[in-house]
Design a protein around this ligand. Structure first.
Ligand SMILES: Nc1ncnc2c1ncn2[C@@H]1O[C@H](COP(=O)(O)OP(=O)(O)O)[C@@H](O)[C@H]1O
Ligand SMILES: [Mg+2]
Length: 371
């Protein structure tokens, strides 16, 4: 076994919600991971709009806009690393490596030349922060025929496997993904279930001028529209078997508007897209064939009480909780996962699970940039 006593890593993640950057400083000691410190940096409206613009398939930007944005993004990541180190009173020389996911601009893993592109300039970041940086975590898995996503399941398996109960870790970010951790030695499974918060965020911003539906209170006051729900559920993605992963390319406001024609009362629209997230997530849990255990929710969606109630409603005997019940703050799992993935890369250990991504074999994920 590789000796990893007391090594420190920083994981940096920004997901499909486009809310900001999350950073987690973790210590990995004898196969045990502890969360030492956390920091977040909310995107300015301008940066958020720029990133959403880069994501917009109908409005492709030129390379001359995208490439310098990678440098600017890395400078922001560096600021966050500095704040995190300061708040933890830890020097950059005490960090073994930073795992920086970068910001996904495209995720298109299928076909002969599949790819997934994350905005970040790893070389510039390594030089600026003076710490080795691991990025480009998804390409290796895609080159092996995998979906390149979700990547968190290997970390979920490492952190949350139980010998007492079947567990599902449900990460509800912009997109939602689940990891099944069976008790009976069957391999860990995982997939993107479809939209998480992103359609809800779009509706709250557009109709209620708020960044998100706090605790799901607006959705709770609306009525689920069965006709619209049925149309939304009719999307092919929900019928596809695993392995599968998705992103804003598929689930976005254009798709929603094409089905509503802006004709639905806003509270009910929000109730219906919240229900879409709940039903599709619960469906994938039911499809695993296991009928009970704990569903531990993490990501920003774990704060949406109404959404959790709806998931519980559709999940029969599964008990819905958050990862807090296993002692890990649900807001920091994804960032911590990229700290752990940096540890895997640094020690030349695999980071992907073939049972999740469908890749031909396990592989070491990520490109390393030295300062
Ligand atoms: N108090 C809350 N009530 C409801 N939803 C929340 C709350 N806090 C955060 N969220 C949701 O979580 C999202 C951010 O989740 P996050 O896990 O950071 O996603 P991502 O990984 O895609 O960035 C927000 O955009 C919002 O939809
Ligand atoms: Mg986020």
């Amino acid at each position: 076994m590789i000796k990893t006593a007391g090594e420190r890593f920083i994981g940096i993640m920004s997901g499909t919600s486009h809310d900001g950057l999350d950073a987690a400083l973790v210590e990995i000691d004898n196969q045990k991971l502890s969360l030492i410190g956390t920091e977040c940096l909310n995107f300015s409206d301008q940066l958020r709009q720029q990133l959403l613009g880069f994501n917009d398939l109908n409005n492709s930007r030129s390379l001359d806009q995208v490439l310098p944005a990678g440098r600017a993004f890395s400078a922001l990541v560096n600021q966050l690393i500095e704040t995190l180190l300061e708040s933890c009173n830890i020097k950059s020389s005490e960090i073994t490596a930073v795992g920086c996911h970068g910001h996904t601009l495209r995720h298109s893993p299928t076909g002969n030349f599949g790819y997934s592109y994350q905005l970040v300039d790893g070389a510039a970041l390594a030089i600026e922060c003076g710490i080795p940086v691991v990025c480009d975590f998804r390409s290796g898995d895609i080159a092996l025929g995998g979906t390149g996503a979700p990547l968190a399941p290997a970390f979920h398996q490492f952190m949350f496997s139980s010998d007492q109960e079947h567990r599902v870790i449900a990460n509800i970010g912009g997109i939602a993904n689940i990891t099944l951790l069976p008790l009976d030695g069957q391999p860990t499974a995982g997939l993107d279930t479809g939209p998480g918060n992103l359609l809800m965020d779009y509706c709250t911003e557009r109709y209620f001028d708020q960044r998100y539906d706090d605790r799901g209170n607006i959705a709770r006051s609306g009525t689920i529209e069965p006709t619209l729900l049925k149309k939304l559920l009719d999307h092919d993605y929900f019928k596809q078997p695993a392995p599968k992963s998705t992103g804003r390319e598929i689930f976005n406001s254009d798709w929603l508007v094409s089905l509503t024609n802006d004709q639905i009362e806003p509270h009910s629209l929000l109730a219906t897209v919240t229900e879409l997230t709940a039903v599709t997530l619960a469906d994938e849990i039911i499809k695993t064939g296991y009928s009970q255990g704990s569903v531990m929710v993490c990501g920003g969606g774990s704060h949406n009480d109404y959404l959790l109630e709806r998931i519980q409603h559709h999940c029969n005997d599964w008990k819905i909780t958050t990862t807090l019940t296993a002692g890990f703050d649900p807001d920091w799992i994804e960032a911590a996962a990229f700290g752990w993935l940096a540890h895997q890369r640094w020690h030349r250990l695999p980071g992907n699970l073939t049972s999740v991504t469908g890749a031909r074999r396990e592989t070491i994920l990520g490109a390393v940039y030295l300062p």
